[in-house]
Design a binder for this molecule. Structure first.
Ligand code: SAM
Length: 779
């Protein structure tokens, strides 16, 4: 890409006053960000602002240096850090040797790692060195050459070369040796029994999940920075309370607050807090509404509506809905029951998300629940009794009264200080969400079905429970599979799938065949799955290791990194590196095998009993299993909108609420192998607005019980693939499912702050950081 003439001019101007380009570059980049690319502000007075900023930064640097430890101390600290890290890795290794697992011989992989060998030969400091085409070696490849290698050969126009490194991880495709520039392909083979092909990702990156963080490494040596965007704290005020459907009620109710002081046909007795009186008041209202025609509500078919909330010093709350229907010729009076029935019919027709048990009364009650939600929500102590019991007591003493209909055509509802009975004392119901005063078509996404958050789109039911607080799930559309947002190039055409991309001559179940099918060859020559449908242990172990310590693995460097380009087109930073990953190739449409073929697992979708639940430890919603899971079991795929990275950046920068964004996932494969990747090929997944259960999986540092593996199903290239979660060990029913997002909690440069980690792992990277009294503060 030709350098921006304005950038070149700025460099020249600074050179003229003795400032070298290396100094100018970062400052200019920063200024462009601050001035929102308003060059005039930078160019004015012969780049005065730029020169000043450079001098300022030099001064700051000098004073920083003064403060800092001398280099010997720093080096010693670095050494110590490395030792610490090695110890931690060792401890994790030991810790994750699960006792209940049957004894098995050590895998070659493990032995090699224990030897301390590594395939990392990349030199992160040498970014920007002249590029060379990848030189790969095909040494002991199984039967066929993996497609990516063939492509590397084609791309380079020269035969692959051999860089054997015994005792390193990627034997088939070794990383280049020390004299090889880091921007050269560093290897992609596996020395595990499976010898699976690898995809590359960004290593321990703040942008999850392929972008693994550096763990305990310093910021300076980490590979590329992705986009990590904080997951929204689920909206608390706009959705009603969700309760586990089967919670029993108890009798001992706490004292109830005074009843409401609202507009009523008959005066209400204040100060009487008994359930009996509340019930009576409500009955009075109902009968009054039925008998006094002039007090009945006018319900226009089209009206504008406003919702008012009033509260009194006694803790009473009134919600009133005022409909402006004066201009409407269809204005007619009706009674509460008719109104409710009409509304229910309307909701069932318009918002198909609701089930037949939907009740407007419940909706109104839940509106009350939302009103009296504690703010800010207290964080339950891990061992504290969930407030459920208390809520049940309240529910038992709260009458099941309907909404109030006021004389001015307003609909009100009683909201006691602890009106938490929501769905609790009724039959199992769907959750109904009311996102705003004015419900728009798009807001229907917040109408979740608590009995099945997937709304029948998965082959299993996925329920949602909150036994901890009154928080409601975030508003999003549940989708069972990825969907392209706009510009992403995801081409599934059959014509693109060549004979080497499918096993068209196979029949029945590929796994029963003595030789590996063409699909398996693409994954390194062996099937990734066992006959039981589990990922083979060797592969799982390899992926776990890769995720825990990506620096030990190979890094690829792009000539012009699309990720850096999407961050800033003016000055494109050098590629921070993409690590090499194992992937699975499943059989698909053009294959001759049948649908039950054992090499089709992820494409069958979720098969395990899962549940979305409110975690007690302050992490918000989480995902858990309701059944015991063996090691290597497929749990779910990370599903979201497929976006280009440029689209993601735009989306995030335009978002008024950056916290609203779920963690986007970088689909970073083969980037380094291609000399230049088009914007529409540099893809990521964003589950903020459209996603599946995976959007609820919380992070756990290092020893998470899930690991992500890229799975190629329909697309023959590696720009788009499925990101599937498999268990890293046996997981017991009701255990929370976690995944290491790869966050680098030390990343002070990242535009988005990391959350305060509450993973509870003894290897928590956030705790480490805090103990070292690092500068950065977390919210
Ligand atoms: C992909 S979402 C997971 C679902 C989320 N808990 C929810 O309620 O929707 C990621 C967000 O969950 C929270 N989270 C995940 N793991 C966490 C952890 N270990 N500690 C604290 N918060 C965590 C953070 O707010 C993060 O931004």
């Amino acid at each position: 890409m030709a350098p921006n003439p304005r950038v070149a001019k700025a460099f020249r101007a600074m050179r003229e006053i003795g400032i070298p380009e290396e100094k100018t570059k970062p400052v200019l980049k920063n200024l462009l960000k601050i001035y929102e690319k308003n060059w005039e502000l930078i160019e004015v007075e012969n780049y005065r602002a730029l020169a000043d900023a450079i001098f300022d930064s030099e001064e700051a640097e000098a004073s920083e240096q003064k403060k800092s430890h001398d280099s010997a101390e720093a080096e010693a600290a670095e050494q110590k850090k490395k030792l610490e890290q090695a110890e931690i890795m060792k401890a994790i290794e030991e810790e994750t040797q699960i006792p209940e697992e049957p004894e098995r011989p050590l895998k070659r992989l493990r032995l090699r790692h224990q030897d301390g060998s590594s395939c990392t030969t990349s030199n992160p400091n040498s970014h920007g060195t002249p590029l060379k085409k990848p030189k790969l070696e095909i040494d002991d490849l199984p039967i066929a050459i993996p497609r990516s290698q063939a492509r590397a050969m084609n791309a380079s126009g020269e035969p692959v070369s051999v860089s054997p490194q015994p005792q390193t991880r990627n034997k088939g495709k070794q990383p280049v040796l020390a004299d090889t520039p880091p921007d050269v392909v560093n290897g992609a083979g596996s020395d595990s029994g499976l010898r699976l092909r690898h995809l590359k990702d960004k290593g321990k990156e703040p942008m999850p999940p392929q972008t693994r963080s550096q763990g305990l490494r310093s910021t300076s040596d980490r590979p590329s920075h992705g986009v990590r965007i904080k997951e929204p704290k689920p909206k608390q005020t706009v959705l009603p309370l969700i309760k586990p459907k089967d919670e029993p009620l108890t009798d001992d109710a706490p004292p109830l607050p005074a009843p409401l002081s609202v507009t009523r046909p008959e005066p209400m007795t204040n100060g009487d807090s008994s359930a009996e009186n509340r019930s009576r008041d409500s009955n009075v209202l109902t009968s009054s509404n039925e008998t006094s025609g002039h007090e009945l509500a006018a319900v226009p078919t089209e009206s504008t509506a406003t919702i008012d909330i009033a509260s009194s010093s006694k803790g009473e709350i009134k919600i009133s809905l005022t409909c402006n229907s004066t201009q409407n010729p269809n204005l007619s009076a009706t009674n509460v029951d008719t109104l409710l029935k009409r509304m229910e019919d309307r909701c069932l027709r318009s918002y198909k998300a609701l089930d037949s048990n939907f009740s407007v009364k419940e909706l109104m009650k839940n509106m009350c629940d939302s009103l009296v939600e504690p703010e800010p929500e207290p964080e339950p102590k891990p061992d504290s009794t969930p407030p459920t019991e208390e809520l049940k007591k309240v529910a038992a003493n709260t009458s099941d009264d309907g909404p109030l209909l006021t004389t001015n055509g307003s609909v009100g509802n009683e909201a006691e200080g602890a009106c938490e009975n929501g769905f609790q004392d009724t039959e199992p119901q769907s959750l109904v969400g009311v996102p705003n005063n004015e419900v728009t078509a798009d807001d229907t996404r917040s109408l979740h079905d608590v009995n099945d958050i997937a709304k029948g789109q998965e082959s299993v039911i996925i329920s949602l429970v909150n036994e901890v607080n009154t928080e409601c799930p975030p508003a999003f559309h549940y989708i069972p599979g990825n969907a392209v947002f706009q510009s992403a190039y995801v081409n599934f055409s059959l014509a693109r799938i060549g004979d080497d991309n499918c096993c068209s001559t196979c029949f029945g179940d590929c796994l029963t065949s003595a030789t590996a099918c063409a699909c398996a060859l693409q994954s390194g020559g062996e099937y990734a799955y066992t006959k039981e449908g589990l990922v083979k242990e060797e592969l799982i172990d390899e992926c776990i290791k890769m995720n825990r310590d990506p620096q030990k693995h190979c890094l690829f460097y792009c000539k012009e990194c699309p990720l850096e380009r999407s961050k800033n087109e003016e000055i494109i930073e050098s590629c921070k590196g993409h690590s090499v990953r194992s992937f699975i190739k499943e059989c698909w449409l053009k294959c001759g095998c049948n649908k039950q073929c054992g090499n089709r697992v992820v494409q069958r979708g979720i098969q395990r009993k899962l549940q979305v639940f409110m975690t007690p430890g302050g992490k918000g919603w989480g995902l858990r299993t309701l059944e015991d899971l063996p090691k290597g079991a497929f749990v779910c795929e990370y599903v979201g909108e497929v976006l280009t990275n440029a689209e993601l950046y735009e989306r995030v920068s335009k978002s008024s609420n950056k916290d609203e964004h779920a963690y986007p996932v970088l689909l970073d494969a083969d980037w380094g192998a291609e000399s230049e990747l088009k914007d529409e090929e540099a893809l990521c997944l964003d589950a903020t607005y459209y996603g599946n259960v995976a959007r609820f999986i919380n992070h756990r540092c290092f020893d998470s019980n899930l690991v992500e593996i890229p799975v190629e199903v329909e697309n023959p290239d590696h720009h788009y693939y499925h990101l599937a979660f498999f268990t890293t060990r046996k997981v017991k029913a009701l255990e929370e499912l976690t995944w290491d997002y790869g966050i680098d909690f030390d990343d002070e440069e990242h535009p988005v702050k990391a959350f305060k980690c509450r993973c509870g792992s003894r290897f928590c990277r956030n705790i480490k950081r805090s103990n070292r009294s690092r500068k950065r503060r977390f919210t």
